[in-house]
Design a protein around this ligand. Structure first.
Ligand code: PRX
Length: 654
């Protein structure tokens, strides 16, 4: 076997069909979905042009749909003019001025609701404040905020005046903030005195001060929201309280009509090198897929209460909190704090209290909450829920089943949505009233999203369960436009193969006999053991399928004879096994994986810990695990880890 093809042996066959009742009420029924696919196949540009005309309000209509003249820098609707904030707010006012746009709950239990009219007024006041401080179309503004309504207000205000925003997740350190500010050459920073998470204050202003004192000469002003009320330093002439900035500002602010291709935001994400990439999205194309996916995948209807638990510091918090659902005139829930404060029932209590109908979260959160037992969810009325979603990594079938039975009461379709910061919106996902789901599969590409699995030569892999490169064969409206300030890196990273024709997602995937996509991991997470290629996530899925295991991460370690040896880091239910118990459990798990996948996949080394090293966004830090597995010295920064103590356990030193 050569190249990318990957042995895939873990097959999941359970099929869950949407109920007739769900389908009957769904926006997209089987015939609708078939018609959308047919139209996209037959007239790709016409398909997107129709949707763009139907779903976006244009100030100046576009005449050109897709411009490929400067590939791989594609443009969409590029002679049209519009404004994202107008589309998210103003156009709803005639019908929905008094409809709740945002239900916010702080970690301490404070609840605040904003109607569309109130959101409009606050966004306009803040947009006027930005203008009063010299912010103009194209200026970069960095937002470093807790998960409070003002974060969305700031994002919408920037969009309203054509400023290019870059949200930096509040869990990032001063150094990361500084690097991002400098890369974006931002002129304004919007932050808060602090946020609250896990019962503690997150000292945002302090971190901002540290960032600004070590560079960031480009920043002229800092606007500071008072959230925690603790003491902070304010620098005369540079720092302004939010309340002072908006004082006396009008609650009307004419939107700046921008070109469809105007940069809406930059969002930094890590690539294969250490330097984060500023993923740049455009305005109209991004908004279009934010809307289509909210309608198709989340089936958003007027009466829905939609809670996506992602922070606005991540792409999910952009497309499924700050923009998409608002553009669809929906009601969103925002929560500031941790899911386990005061206890593991917090999410479920909020579902009950706010009558959440659609709930979207990450597998890592599902697993963490599953681990706390069924009593928490069972203590609350979850009957308002009608649809569940997951994103960010493949969900292991055990967690899927728990989500399905304990949270969804076997009554809610689960949409497992595959996409990336770069894709801007869902690419592969079930359409809930149509697609029968299989635990662990993101199922099928959405209409107009030409995802495929190809081999080293760029040819479609038609054989079932043979892995390959996940690619997208045609540009789509919400794709990234470039890496900020580095067109070459954009081309090298996303269009390096296949004659520069296909977008390379960086994931490996396979399709099963029904054509369903299964994400097997990042391309660099593919193991080669004795000439056999294995997806690390397959070994992980096998491990977590064992009763005793809650979570597992698998990496390769160079091995003289086999090429690579498999090292598994495992979190068990209950107490962490040590000594003899650990040896016994390791043997049992090795045999188990051998049974699940085959002897080739048996981990050579199994280490037990109380947790896995993760980024604040919940992603397992695989590079760090590879370093540990190889027994090398850790040189990367581990200070952002949630639980630094686990490192010694994973190294076998504790
Ligand atoms: O590897 C895939 C994984 O997350 C990557 C994108 O990460 P990020 O840009 O941080 O965006 C996360 C939120 C969209 C992908 O390349 N990934 C995302 N969703 C899934 C997934 N892997 C499997 N199944 C998913 N549903």
């Amino acid at each position: 076997m050569s190249g990318i093809e990957i042995n895939s042996v873990l097959i999941e066959n359970r099929l869950f069909k949407p109920s007739a009742e769900f389908t009957a009420r769904a926006r997209i029924k089987p015939d609708d979905l078939a018609a959308l696919h047919k139209r996209a196949e037959e007239d790709y540009e016409g398909f997107w042009a129709d949707l763009a005309r139907e779903l976006i309000d244009w100030q100046k209509p576009f005449t050109q749909t897709l411009d490929e003249s400067n590939a791989p820098h594609f443009k969409w609707f590029s002679d049209g003019e519009m404004n994202v904030s107008y589309n998210c707010i103003d156009r709803h006012l005639a019908k929905h001025a008094d409809k709740t746009a945002i239900i916010f709950e702080g970690e301490g239990g404070d609840v605040r609701k904003l109607t569309y009219q109130q959101l409009h007024d606050e966004v306009c006041e803040f947009a006027n404040a930005l203008k009063a401080h010299g912010i103009r179309e194209g200026d970069r503004v960095v937002i470093y905020m807790p998960m409070v309504p003002e974060a969305v207000i700031a994002m919408q205000a920037c969009a309203r005046i054509g400023a290019v925003q870059s949200v930096v997740f509040g869990g990032f350190s001063a150094e990361s903030l500084r690097d991002r500010i400098e890369d974006a050459q931002a002129v304004m920073l919007i932050t808060a005195d602090g946020g609250t998470r896990g019962g503690k204050i997150v000292p945002l202003k302090e971190a901002a001060d540290k960032a600004l004192s070590s560079g960031c000469d480009c920043i002229k002003n800092v606007i500071v929201l008072k959230r925690t009320g603790h003491d902070i330093a304010m620098q005369e002439g540079r720092d302004i309280w939010w309340s002072d900035a908006i004082a006396g500002q009008s609650n009307e602010c004419e939107p700046v009509w921008v070109n469809a291709e105007h940069p809406l935001f930059l969002l930094y994400t890590s690539g294969s090198t250490g330097k984060p990439k500023g993923i740049q999205h455009a305005s109209a194309g991004y908004l279009l897929n934010a809307i289509t996916t909210n309608l198709w995948v989340f089936d958003l209807r007027d009466e829905d209460i939609f809670w996506c638990t992602a922070d606005v510091g991540w792409i999910t918090g952009h497309t499924y909190v700050a923009y998409g659902p608002l553009a669809a005139a929906s009601t969103i829930v925002m929560y500031e704090g941790a899911p386990v404060i005061p206890d593991g029932g917090r999410f479920w209590k909020m579902v009950e209290e706010h009558k959440v109908t659609i709930f979207y979260t990450a597998p890592t959160a599902i697993r963490a909450l599953m681990r706390l037992g069924d009593d928490f969810p069972n203590s609350y009325d979850l009957s308002s829920l009608r649809l569940l979603g997951t994103v960010g990594e493949p969900i292991n079938p055990e967690a899927w089943m728990w989500y399905h039975t304990v949270i969804g009461k076997e009554n809610c379709p689960i949409v497992d949505t595959w996409w990336q910061t770069e894709t801007g919106a869902h690419v592969i996902s079930p359409v809930p009233g149509v697609t029968a789901t299989k635990p662990g599969s993101c199922t099928l590409p959405l209409p107009g999203m030409m995802a495929d699995v190809v081999n080293e030569e760029g040819e479609s892999i038609t054989e079932a369960n043979t892995g390959g490169y996940l690619v997208i064969k045609k540009p789509w409206p919400s794709m990234l436009r470039t890496v900020w300030g580095d067109d070459q890196r954009y081309a090298d990273t996303y269009y390096p193969k296949f004659g520069g024709k296909y977008y390379l997602a960086g994931d490996s995937a396979r399709r099963d006999e029904n054509g369903y996509f299964w994400i097997m991991g990042r391309i660099d997470d593919v193991l080669n053991v004795s000439g056999h290629r294995l997806g690390t996530m397959e070994v992980e899925s096998a491990l977590v399928a064992h009763d005793a295991v809650v979570e597992a991460a698998v990496v390769g370690r160079p091995h003289e004879v086999k090429g690579e040896a498999i090292v598994a880091f495992v979190i068990c239910k209950g107490e962490r096994p040590t000594g003899e118990a650990a040896e016994k459990m390791a043997k049992e798990l090795r045999d188990w994986v051998g049974e699940q996948i085959g002897p080739i996949a048996k981990p050579d080394d199994i280490r037990f810990a109380e947790g896995l090293p993760k980024t604040r966004s919940g992603k397992i830090m695989r590079r760090l695990l590879r370093t540990i597995a190889a027994g090398e010295e850790i040189t990367s920064d581990t200070s952002t880890l949630e639980n630094e103590a686990v490192i010694a356990q994973l190294q076998g030193k504790a």
